[in-house]
Design a binder for this molecule. Structure first.
Ligand code: ADP
Ligand code: ADP
Length: 227
């Protein structure tokens, strides 16, 4: 089974705008995959549909063999998502955000505790566990979103422009962390980016998307040799 299989995905927004015009993607288990394309290409729309935040107009999506139309809870259990924009309650404390997320996925408090401790330490947020999220810097908030996405140990981690607006030092630390969970834990990674450099540094395979269509899907080496 593929980690992700997307077939013929179409999206027309309520205002009539056609954002996706038949997207096909195949991402193998263990891959580190980039969805690369300019702003407005349809990357966030595609991610939104895969993670069931946005309704598709037509097409099929399955995650580790679980079709999102017929087995959504199974698909969701496989996915951790780091959205582009902060979407947690900023008045909530860091560790409460993580315990609530773990609860959503059915973990007991005890099961959650070890994982939360691990990810808070690994992402240098342990000292901030009692702080309300609003007191965190932008880079810390983004790391918190990654910790939250990992708390139920998903097999697929999807990150939408994970390093947009973060400075180089934090960007490198995030790259290291994402590479580590791909290599050591075997988590399949999909990230969207409009930086070729980011995709080039990290990813094994890539799909280039523009104006709601996949222009090419190939491995990074052969893409770079074509440029
Ligand atoms: P859906 O088709 O998934 O129900 P909608 O078309 O209803 O989505 O829009 C969802 C939200 O996105 C609305 O609040 C809308 O104002 C906002 N939105 C509308 N146009 C755009 C745009 N071009 N880019 C980003 N967000 C938009
Ligand atoms: P990307 O992530 O590649 O920048 P998006 O998927 O966010 O692209 O957007 C693709 C296109 O769909 C853009 O032209 C955007 O303005 C439009 N769009 C996004 N959300 C909405 C919405 N809710 N309603 C109408 N148009 C939207």
């Amino acid at each position: 089974t593929d980690a992700l299989h997307v077939k013929g995905l179409h999206k027309t927004y309520a205002n009539g705008f056609v954002a996706l015009k038949g997207i096909d993607l195949r991402v193998e288990q263990g891959d580190f995959f980039a969805l690369l394309g300019p702003n407005g290409a349809g990357k966030s729309t595609t991610i939104g549909i895969i993670t069931s935040l946005i309704n598709k107009t037509a097409g099929q999506v399955s995650v580790f063999g679980h079709d999102i139309d017929t087995a959504l809870p199974d698909a969701q259990q496989c996915i951790g998502v780091v959205p582009q924009e902060f979407n947690f309650n900023i008045f909530e404390k860091v560790e409460d955000i993580l315990y609530n997320q773990a609860g959503f996925y059915g973990l007991t408090r005890r099961q959650a505790r070890d994982k939360i401790e691990y990810y808070l330490n690994r992402l240098s947020l342990w000292d901030r566990r009692h702080s309300p999220a609003k007191q965190l810097s932008g880079g810390m908030k983004r790391r918190l979103m990654i910790a939250r996405a990992m708390v139920h140990e998903p097999k697929l981690l999807i990150l939408d422009e994970p390093t947009a607006g973060v400075d180089l030092k934090i960007r490198r630390a995030m790259w290291d962390f994402i590479s580590e969970i791909n290599e050591k834990k075997g988590v399949t990674i999909i990230l969207t980016t409009h930086y070729l450099e980011e995709a080039e540094q990290l990813c094994k395979n890539v799909a280039i998307i523009d104006a709601g269509q996949v222009i090419t899907q190939t491995n990074m080496k052969s893409l770079l040799s074509q440029l």
